[in-house]
Design a binder for this molecule. Structure first.
Ligand code: ATP
Length: 929
């Protein structure tokens, strides 16, 4: 104990030395950086004076010149001159910014070099200085060199000398765009948008030029409606119109039904005709409502505009038809905004007689008859009657009405830019987007310099050799592999020696080595050699700090990665809880179970986001998990009716487990609806937005149910067995995983049914061999040395591991760190369960606890089923000469006892026991022999 303390004191001392050095260096860099930033900033303003002072210009004694203007003194001025004037010019300030950043990163334990922000700054530094060098060379004499500094100027000259100014422009533009994209990926969207706008504007420019220059009339610029919509939240229906000269008034007006535009019959005075074919062929819509016949006059663009002032901003345009315009309006000058709005016009077919000078509208033209959507299309053809297509305008032929006012209201339905419509995948982490996983610095690094000496290895090897020799077993070779707490001696025996002979000498070898915890592995799977594990004299502590930092864990791609400790080969042991898919943890009291559970929970907290994982914690001992109550709203799940998220009352544990069964059923039916085979596929579909939340689909977090002291629980509430079994059998596919811990590895607690569904089991040290058999179906756990020494059995494969130590203060720090962050408003809600709401479950519990009178052939049939690996009712009938009813009854009893699985369609039933010793234990438990 004392030696462990002194070791950990030593370890903390070494660690704190490293910490101090880090702090000192980080702070030095930080302050130096800040000082340099200040120096450069002041230098920007005082460079003339500072330069003269530094170089003794105008002074007789340059070294003692005290006329430095820079408040950071001679050192500041000199460094600033080096960075600015002599190196990078205006961008010289980036260097001290990088230094400051590096200082801060060292203090925050972040990687210093090759980090994104540092690299980005370097790119900006080089490109900035080069750009200024190319653009200004040494012009203006800034900083006594130029805007880009001496380096920038030189680099600029070199570049422009080789590729010329055009090449420089292209290289720099490309460089800045790439840098922008490197700094922030979204920048690519900005570039895209800028490109679109550029293309669009140039299109408009060509249009305007074409319209201004008559010879270019034929180059009519047309812009498709979709583009217009894309570019801005454009008016949906009324946006673009077309005015075409047409033959004299056609009496037929065609109505476009989908347009909601009310025009009073008064507008019938307009001689408008709609050429439906044109409209269909052409993406551009025709303009005004009710246009009066033009008698010999010339209507110009200016006139039209002057008489139809409609503001840009007003989405509801009001046009007055048939109302007399004030005379002055005819002669009114072209509104100043005309020039700007021309850009908006899309297709203009200009007639020869167009008068650009702005002639007045003839007096006999009914005022206002040419009302139109001025914003959209102010151009009208002047010298000809023209066809006007306007949606929905019942342009009946007839005389122009007098004094009747028609108000046309058009609603411009805003459209969203197509590119802004989100097609992103659903991000479950978005709710707590700022959530930060706990820092590894919250864990203690139990550095330990206790090593297995060569002396110790030699001694052990000699004793093993001697002992075996005494029993007449010669050996060829011994290889030692040192682990944190145990050293493995691999023995290659001489040819012809049976492995079982060495196995039988296990106790003799242990006695000879005078050490507890000898475990013989004969043969080592996959090697054919014999292994003897001998505990080290000085045992190392495997810290959770080193386990979490391990590459294996950090790079684990598992759904629920857990790093539990280190193997005998000193490798970190990482497994995926989702694949286990449930875990049984057992061991005598004080052997490291609670530490093991904390290591599992901590691993998951280090890897998962609160959106991805929830825990249900059941703790009849009341003290083990109370620490985690603080992260209720981040990581815990409970029924809404429950007050506490950590369940300590056995009855409530039964309700919660039954509630988890309901959650499991709900999830199974969601998966079925979605056509997903498991939670991973389901969540993939959901995040790809292929499942409709309105149909009840939701993102499903994993749920890890941790039950400490399962023995206590099952003793006080036998009903827990029912839901636990159901969850163990079916919940794996929908992301509900169980971890059950017990210090009483009793067949009454670890029943056959539980064992059958928990292929992954952890055994800490137990007191008797039978307990080891109960847990891992073989001896070995009774020979462990305690304090986290454990055997991990996964589907029959056994690995000895030293569990990582995570102490209570470490857990407290992690929980504190998480609890201080933004959380959900409540714990994850599990469906409410009360005995009334789910009577079936309670009934199941009581039913399973009722005494059953087993058939006299029950045990025999069970044994045969396990050894043959198959069973069916007809087989029972045939082989045991029993009738159909009796065979069916026996099968039902086997199923209820958890020896065989349920009937699923035509498939043969699963045999849930795979070896006879565990079946015997079960039969014993049932009282059948
Ligand atoms: N992995 C480990 N490394 C070093 N020491 C350990 C480790 N695990 C446990 N210990 C030591 O053993 C002590 C008991 O461990 P723990 O509380 O986990 O036992 P337990 O099996 O949960 O006991 P109980 O069932 O009574 O709660 C710890 O306080 C610690 O000192």
């Amino acid at each position: 104990m004392a030696s462990t303390q002194s070791k950990s004191a030593k370890a903390s001392a070494t660690r704190s030395d490293g910490e101090s050095a880090r702090w000192i260096f980080g702070l030095l860099l930080l302050f130096a950086g800040i000082f340099l930033v200040a120096s450069v900033v002041f230098y920007y303003f005082d460079w003339r004076g500072d330069y003269s002072a530094l170089h003794g210009i105008g002074s007789e004694n340059p070294n003692f010149d005290d006329s430095i203007d820079n408040p950071c003194g001679r050192l500041g001025a000199w460094t600033a001159e080096m960075l600015v004037g002599r190196s990078f010019g205006l961008f010289g300030i980036v260097v001290p910014i990088i230094v400051t950043m590096m200082g801060a990163r060292i203090l925050r334990r972040r990687p210093v070099l090759f980090h994104h922000s540092v690299l980005s700054s370097l790119l900006v530094l080089i490109l900035g200085s080069l750009t200024l060098g190319v653009a200004f060379d040494d012009g203006w004499g800034m900083f006594n060199s130029g805007w880009g500094g001496a380096c920038g100027i030189e680099m600029g000259r070199l570049l422009s000398g080789s590729i010329g100014m055009v090449g420089c422009f292209i290289v720099l533009l490309g460089g800045w765009i790439l840098t922008g994209v490197f700094i922030n990926r979204n920048f690519i969207n900005t570039v895209n948008r800028a490109g679109n706008v550029l293309v669009d504007k140039s299109g408009k420019l060509v249009g305007t030029v074409a319209q201004k220059v008559p010879s270019l009339q034929s180059l009519v610029v047309s812009r498709p409606r979709e583009e217009e919509d894309d570019e801005q939240a454009a008016p949906a229906e009324s946006g673009v119109r077309e005015v075409r000269p047409t033959p004299p008034p056609a009496p037929v007006a065609e109505e476009e039904p989908q347009r909601e535009r009310a025009v009073s019959p008064a507008a019938g005075g307009a001689q408008a005709a709609v050429a439906a074919d044109d409209e269909e062929d052409d993406p551009f819509v025709v303009h005004p409502v009710g246009v009066a016949p033009v008698s010999g006059g010339v209507q110009t663009v200016n006139d039209y505009y002057a008489r139809n002032r409609v503001t840009d901003d007003d989405p509801f345009e009001e046009h007055t038809l048939g109302a007399e315009e004030p005379e002055g309006a005819d002669a009114a000058p072209l509104p100043s905004r005309l020039a700007g709005e021309e850009d908006e016009f899309v297709e203009i077919d200009l007639s020869d007689g167009m008068d650009d000078t702005g002639g007045a509208v003839p007096a006999d033209t009914p005022a206002g008859a040419e009302d139109a959507d001025a914003e959209e299309n102010p151009f009208l053809d002047d010298d000809e009657p023209f066809t006007v297509k306007d949606a929905g305008a019942p342009a009946a032929a007839g005389d122009a009405p007098e004094g009747v006012v028609v108000t046309v209201e058009e609603h411009h339905d805003a459209l969203v830019d197509e590119h802004r419509i989100t097609t992103e995948a659903y991000d479950p982490l978005k709710d707590l987007v700022n959530y930060r996983r706990p820092s590894v610095a919250l864990l203690e690094d139990y550095l330990s310099d206790s090593e297995v000496t060569d002396e110790e290895i030699y001694e052990n090897k000699s004793r093993i050799e001697e002992t075996l020799k005494n029993f007449g077993i010669p050996i060829q070779r011994i290889k030692a592999t040192t682990g944190p707490t145990v050293t493995l001696y691999e023995i290659v025996q001489a040819q012809g020696v049976k492995i079982s002979r060495i196995q039988n000498l296990q106790n003799d070898i242990a006695q000879s080595l005078k050490a507890l915890g000898i475990r013989i592995i004969a043969p080592i799977p996959g090697k054919g050699t014999i292994g003897i594990e001998v505990p080290n004299r000085n045992k190392q502590i495997v810290s959770m700090y080193s386990a979490v930092r391990s590459m294996k864990f950090q790079e684990a791609k598992a759904e629920l990665p857990v790093v539990i400790g280190r193997t005998i080969q000193n490798e970190n042991y990482v497994f995926d809880l989702a694949k286990m898919p449930h875990l049984l943890v057992a061991g005598a009291t004080g052997q490291g179970k609670s530490v093991g559970l904390n290591a599992i929970i901590t691993s998951l907290l280090y890897k998962k986001h609160p959106a991805q994982l929830k825990f249900v914690m059941i703790d009849p001992k009341m003290v083990e998990f109370s620490l985690y109550a603080k992260i209720e709203r981040h990581f815990l799940a409970k029924m809404e009716s429950e007050e506490e998220a950590i369940i300590t009352d056995p009855r409530k544990a039964v309700y919660t487990l039954n509630s988890l069964c309901i959650e499991m059923e709900n999830r199974l039916s969601l998966c079925k609806d979605a056509g997903a085979r498991n939670i991973k596929e389901y969540n993939e579909k959901f995040t790809a937005r292929r499942l409709n939340p309105l149909k009840g689909h939701r993102y499903l977090p994993y749920i890890v149910v941790v039950v400490d002291e399962f023995a206590d629980l099952i003793m006080t509430a036998k009903e827990v067995e029912g839901p636990v079994m159901r969850l163990a059998q079916k919940a794996r596919a929908v992301g509900i995983h169980l971890i059950i811990a017990t210090q009483r590895p009793d067949v009454k607690v670890i029943t056959g049914g539980i064992k059958a569904n928990f292929p992954a089991r952890i055994a800490f040290r137990v007191m008797q061999m039978i307990d080891s058999r109960t847990i891992i179906d073989r001896p070995g756990a009774e020979q462990l040395i305690g304090r986290g020494d454990m055997l991990f059995s996964n589907n029959g494969e056994l690995t000895r591991i030293q569990c990582a130590l995570v102490d209570t203060p470490e857990v407290e720090r992690i929980v504190e760190y998480i609890s201080k962050q933004q959380s959900y408003t409540s714990a994850y809600n599990l469906p409410d369960y009360t005995p009334d709401s789910g009577g079936g479950e309670a009934a199941l519990g009581s039913e399973s606890s009722a005494p059953v009178k087993y058939d006299s052939k029950f045990a025999e049939i069970a044994r045969d089923a396990v050894s043959q690996g198959q069973i069916s009712t007809s087989m029972i009938q045939r082989n045991y000469e029993v009738g159909f009813n009796r065979a069916g009854r026996i099968m039902m009893q086997l199923e209820r006892a958890g020896i065989v699985g349920r009937q699923e369609g035509a498939k043969p039933r699963d045999i849930l026991y795979h070896d006879l010793p565990s079946l015997e234990a079960k039969l014993q438990e049932l009282g059948v022999f």
